[in-house]
Design a protein around this ligand. Structure first.
Ligand code: XIL
Length: 302
């Protein structure tokens, strides 16, 4: 294939990008996005603060803009994210207990219902585990509603959109030997054993010099897949430049391609200047939209 999406399709996989609705009228941006990618994630537009700015008052305008762009251009959509400790609307940030639990479940139900049938996979719960060596859940207002909040969110999502794949999504879960990876693995194993509806695990894959692509990445993907879930690289970016960056991107693609249940890869933005990592150059296209060495290396590895 001569594009990322065509090359990924040769092995039955997708290649995606995060899209910001506000950039879709930039012709360079939208033409690269349309040419190279066949899976779209809304970078911010489907998050809790965007979709439910006031309790019970939903605003799907920006999310719908992205979904309709995707549909017009024949692309699938990853939904991101139904429940998260971050980017909550102000009214939710100060809630607690059973009232917060109900507000979270209502949110999951309403958003998944609005997009029913239009989303390939939802990140139902994002970033629920703590960093470091504790292997614990992250402290958050949602966690303080009870340890079963994650499975409650998954059950609500399944009821609202039975055909969407339901994913747990997190970062720093790439290295098999890290406590955080093991903790997420244990949760997924428990969910599968008890019939909690979970179909996939997303690996954000935000890499930098302090958090490099692990050499055991394939082992991680393989072990999760062996639990009976699909795995996906959901927010890939790698700080750096030149050959070293290109080689790390190649390593991620190879890890995914060597696992049959790794169904696709999404990069977290189009050009370096579109990245949330404001000062870095972590993506596949430079600020002018030119293909970088990392792009060629990904294309060749697919
Ligand atoms: C980031 C967006 O890229 C930024 O525009 C926003 O200001 C903050 O969130 N993990 C996630 C994503 O799951 O939703 C985050 O996206 C990056 C880290």
């Amino acid at each position: 294939g001569s594009t990322l999406q065509a090359a990924a399709a040769e092995s039955g996989r997708y290649f995606g990008t995060a899209i910001a609705a506000s950039r879709l009228n930039d012709g360079t941006y939208s033409s690269i996005a349309n040419r190279e990618f066949n899976m779209i994630t809304a970078e911010n537009e489907m998050k809790m603060d965007a979709t439910e700015p006031q309790r019970g008052q939903f605003n799907f305008s920006s999310g719908d803009q992205i979904v309709s762009w995707a549909r017009q251009n024949g692309k699938k959509v990853r939904g991101h994210a139904l429940a998260w400790h971050s980017q909550q609307p102000g009214w939710m940030q100060n809630m607690s207990g059973s009232a917060l639990r109900q507000a979270m479940l209502d949110h999951v139900t309403q958003v998944a219902t609005h997009y029913r049938g239009q989303v390939y996979a939802w990140d139902v719960v994002n970033e629920a585990f703590a960093d470091g060596s504790s292997g614990a859940r992250r402290d958050s207002n949602l966690q303080r509603t009870g340890n079963d909040w994650i499975e409650a969110a998954f059950r609500a999502a399944r009821a609202a959109d039975p055909n969407a794949k339901l994913c747990y999504n997190d970062y720093n879960t790439d290295n098999w030997s890290h406590a955080k990876t093991q903790a997420v693995y244990s949760m997924v194993r428990d969910f599968k054993s008890r019939g909690v509806p979970i179909d996939c695990v997303g690996f954000q894959a935000h890499f930098n010099s302090g958090n490099p692509v692990p050499s055991n990445y394939h082992t991680t993907l393989q072990n999760f897949a062996a639990l009976g879930v699909d795995v996906q690289i959901t927010e890939l970016d790698i700080e750096g430049s030149g050959t070293s960056q290109a080689q790390q991107y190649q390593g991620v693609v190879q890890a995914c391609l060597s696992e049959a249940r790794c169904t696709g890869i999404t990069v977290w933005g189009v050009r370096d200047t579109d990245s949330w990592r404001a000062s870095g150059t972590p993506l596949l296209f430079d600020g002018s939209g030119n293909k970088k060495a990392a792009y060629t290396s990904v294309l060749n590895a697919l």
